[in-house]
Ligand binder design. Structure first.
Ligand code: ASP
Length: 310
């Protein structure tokens, strides 16, 4: 069953014309992560590379393609976690960086902290030689259009998040049984300046523990934080639930208790995986034993050889 890598491209309401591009993007990311694992790379290498690829893809709400805050600016959150020793690194509200997930990994590896924020995170990036990119290079026409549309005084706050392209995330178990997760996002459309969501918070925007498994979530960050969604799923797995059962229990709890929708990708140490969501859609893909699994709507599960189209 090992190695395995699983990615998501965000939960929500993806417009039809963009849904296919989202599926292509997650499949490509899962293939990339799997190729790293097959060459003997670590779970951490696989999740960071898979997520960085989706950050570079303007179809997703992370890195280039991030949604804009109310001022029309890009502020991004990202995190990684290493299931071997529970080490974690994160950045929040960071600007002018192409790949926040790589910066999160540097926070984990090069500092004694778990999370750096805003200007401090940016200064750290510079000190590590991470190049500054012009903010404009991260902003797509689509993100600008969504921002403008939702600035209107009559914009419905729920509908406002529809059409939002997805946050991205990955979980993996390598051939040595090491487990990792990574998540990266531009956050919620037209969020307040300085708003930080679930993504950089350990136990909310991700969790990885070699003894239990790993989770990367997507969805309404404030709801995810209230129920510490990632750790809640792993708690249920510790009590003997399968990844699928644990995910369904936690997502139902989030819906009923705080009226929040979202989705998750989950693996356990044996390589059993689940992609579950309470939103209308979540693009996801998993690569394992030479096969690529993927889907977008509830009940969808396509399978093809992982090598196809390479
Ligand atoms: N969870 C992300 C946030 O609230 C958004 C998303 O997953 O779509 O920042």
């Amino acid at each position: 069953m090992l190695p395995v890598v699983m990615v998501h491209g965000g939960a929500g309401h993806i417009p039809k014309e963009r849904a296919e591009l989202s599926t292509i993007g997650v499949k490509e990311a899962a293939r990339t992560g799997y190729a790293i694992l097959q060459k003997g790379g670590s779970a951490m290498d696989a999740v960071v590379e898979a997520v960085a690829l989706m950050e570079n893809n303007p179809r997703f709400n992370a890195g280039r393609g991030s949604v804009l805050n109310v001022k029309g600016e890009v502020e991004m959150d990202a995190m990684v976690m290493d299931g071997r020793n529970l080490d974690s690194g994160a950045v929040s509200a960071v600007r002018r960086i192409a790949n926040p997930v790589q910066l999160a990994r540097l926070v984990m590896e090069k500092t004694k902290h778990l999370c750096l924020t805003a200007e401090g995170a940016f200064k750290f990036a510079r000190s590590m030689g991470v190049p500054e990119v012009p903010e404009e290079s991260l902003i797509t026409d689509y993100a600008k259009m969504r921002w403008k549309k939702n600035l209107k005084p009559d914009a419905n706050p729920v509908e406002c998040q529809m059409g939002k392209m997805g946050t991205v995330g990955a979980v993996a178990v390598d051939k040595d049984g090491n487990i990792a997760c990574a998540t990266s996002t531009g956050g919620m459309i037209n969020k307040m300046e300085g708003r930080v969501g679930d993504t950089p918070c350990v136990g909310c925007g991700g969790y990885a523990d070699n003894n239990i498994g790993a989770v990367s979530p997507t969805g309404h960050g404030e709801a995810i934080m209230k129920v510490t969604l990632s750790r809640l799923i792993l708690f249920h797995m510790e009590q003997g639930k399968t990844p699928e059962e644990a995910s369904d229990l936690a997502l139902t709890y989030m819906k009923e208790r705080v009226d929040g929708l979202g989705g998750v990708v989950v693996v356990d140490p044996k390589g059993t995986w689940a992609a579950r969501f309470s939103s209308l859609q979540m693009s996801w893909a998993a690569a394992q034993q030479g096969e690529l699994h993927y889907g977008l709507y509830h009940g969808e599960h396509f399978v093809e050889p992982v090598q196809e189209n390479i």
